[in-house]
Each structure stands twice: as structure tokens, then as C-alpha cells.
Design a protein around this ligand. Structure first.
Ligand SMILES: C[S@@+](CC[C@H](N)C(=O)[O-])C[C@H]1O[C@@H](n2cnc3c(N)ncnc32)[C@H](O)[C@@H]1O
Length: 264
């Protein structure tokens, strides 16, 4: 992975800051990633070299962890955000195992951005599909199935509080907020602070302006379009044609729902 470019940008530092910023909101982020990769490994015939689609991948956090765990893996990372794509492209510039592509999951033609000639072992996405409306979340599940090999996995880790714990959910959220506030007090960026830092970096100011224009034209920078329970997601996966569905991880407020395509 590339550390810097001729512009002198320290991509690794941007990756660290992104991780710290996300972990302030998601204290169990690494556990969910590890569980997702455990499930990928469990699904493989040969564990060495999975081909993974990192969907709405941001700076490529999932791709980085896939490659750490499976050095012979390859990933395609898709996102819509010009600034995050710039960080991902800088990070993986010298890494032939990763292809970074621009695509909008809000548009069902996003599939055209992904090379589908070789089937994927897994489609992994985290903290992202709640940015889409209901019909597109269901659509992405069904559309991505066409990219997967028989026995391949779609795993979506996102905010899905357990409706059976209705009275406890606010308390769980308060626990997570306390962790977040402590990290902010230690100098970790909030979401807004992170974006201010991005806009202030000459290497990222242009892509950040492109991103800001994209969201201004859409509906503003409000990222919560559709929230649903894990049961809703599992039903949408079944409707999308996955043969097996279930949870591979459950945190306090988030869960990782999984669909597996039929085995041959
Ligand atoms: C909170 S970030 C999570 C990124 C990464 N998965 C991670 O865990 O670090 C949410 C990501 O979803 C992406 N995203 C939101 N809407 C999208 C869309 N319509 N198409 C593609 N990506 C989208 C955002 O650009 C952002 O990178």
C-alpha cells in the first residue's frame, strides 16, 4: 500500500484518522470487521485468495482488512464520494490487488462499474446502506447476488438495534455516546471535524468540493435515509434470492446480516 504520493500526501495518516473517527461512533467496529472476515473464511473452498467487493467502501477500510487477513485476496472497492475515493486511490495506488471504482448505489446501473467477468466470493458493506432508501437497499441485495459465485456471501453490517430490547436501546446508545465523547475529548475528529480537515488539505480540497456539490444537489449531508431491523434485512435478502440468511455478528446497536447464495 502506498504511504505518500508526489504531492506529499500521507494517505496512511488519512486512513488512521478515518478509522479513529469511525471508531468513536462504533466502538465495536473492529469486532464486526473480524466477524465478517471469519464468515468469509468459513464460506471459502480454498481460504487463500478470496475475491471481495467492498461496497460503499469509503477509504477502503474493509479492503485493507481483507488484504491483511488474506494477502493473496483481491478486492474491488466502490464508492460515490470523490474525496473518499481519492484517499482510497492514493492508498492503493501501488497495489494491484485493489481496484477502486466510482459508482452510485442509488442508481441500479451501479453494477456496470464492477467487472463481473470473475464472480465474487463475498460482497461486504459496513455502516453504509442506511444512506439508501428502502427500495434501493432491497435492490442492492438482489442486484449484487448476480455478482456472487454459488455459495458466495453478502454481508451488511449496519445500525440495526434489536426491537426486542426496546426499553434498553436508549441506554445502549448512551453507553456508546460516552465512549464517543471520551474519544472526542482525546482529540479524535467528529464526522464534521474530519471533513473540515479534508477540505483544508490541498490534495483533497478539489474532490471534497465535488463531494459537497454532489450532496448539495441531492438532499444535503443527511445520511440516514432508511433504518430497519435485522429481520427486515434478512427478509429483503430472502426476497432477493439468497438461499440462506442470518446474523454472523450482533453488537449493542449494530448487526451484520448475511445472505448466502445457493450452493451448486
Ligand atoms: C460511514 S461510511 C463507511 C465506509 C466504510 N464502509 C467503512 O466502514 O469505513 C459510508 C459510506 O457509504 C458511501 N455511500 C453512501 N451512499 C452511497 C451511494 N449511493 N453509493 C455508493 N456509496 C455510497 C459513502 O460515500 C461512505 O463512503
Amino acid at each position: 500500500m502506498s504511504q505518500t504520493t508526489t504531492s506529499g500526501t500521507d494517505w496512511e495518516n488519512w486512513q488512521r484518522q478515518w478509522d479513529a473517527q469511525q471508531e468513536a461512533y462504533l466502538p465495536d467496529r473492529e469486532q464486526r470487521f473480524a466477524a465478517m472476515l471469519d464468515a468469509v473464511e468459513a464460506s471459502l473452498n480454498s481460504p487463500a485468495a478470496p475475491r471481495v467487493l467492498d461496497l460503499a467502501g469509503g477509504t477502503g477500510s474493509i479492503s485493507r482488512r481483507v488484504l491483511q487477513r488474506f494477502p493473496q485476496a483481491s478486492t474491488v472497492m466502490l464508492d460515490v464520494d470523490a474525496a473518499l475515493l481519492t484517499i482510497a486511490r492514493g492508498t492503493f495506488a501501488d497495489d494491484v490487488r485493489v481496484q477502486v471504482v466510482s459508482g452510485d448505489l442509488g442508481d441500479r446501473n451501479w453494477l456496470a462499474a464492477v467487472d463481473s467477468t470473475v464472480p465474487f466470493d463475498a460482497v461486504l458493506t459496513a455502516t453504509a446502506l442506511h444512506w439508501l432508501p428502502e427500495d434501493r437497499v432491497a435492490g442492492v441485495y438482489a442486484e449484487a447476488r448476480s455478482l456472487l459465485r454459488p455459495g458466495g456471501l453478502f454481508i451488511n453490517a449496519d445500525y440495526m438495534p434489536d426491537p426486542g430490547l426496546e426499553s434498553l436501546t436508549e441506554g445502549l446508545a448512551a453507553v456508546e455516546r460516552r465512549v464517543r465523547d471520551a474519544r472526542w475529548a482525546n482529540g479524535v475528529h467528529s464526522w464534521e471535524g474530519w471533513w473540515e480537515a479534508v477540505r483544508a488539505d490541498p490534495a483533497l480540497a478539489g474532490p471534497a468540493a465535488e463531494r459537497d456539490a454532489f450532496y448539495a444537489a441531492r438532499r444535503g449531508d443527511d445520511h440516514t435515509e432508511w433504518l430497519a431491523s435485522s429481520a427486515w434485512h434478512l427478509e429483503a435478502m430472502r426476497a432477493g434470492g439468497y438461499a440462506e440468511t442470518g446474523l454472523v455478528w450482533r453488537g449493542l446497536l449494530d448487526a451484520a446480516v448475511t445472505g448466502r447464495t445457493a450452493l451448486l
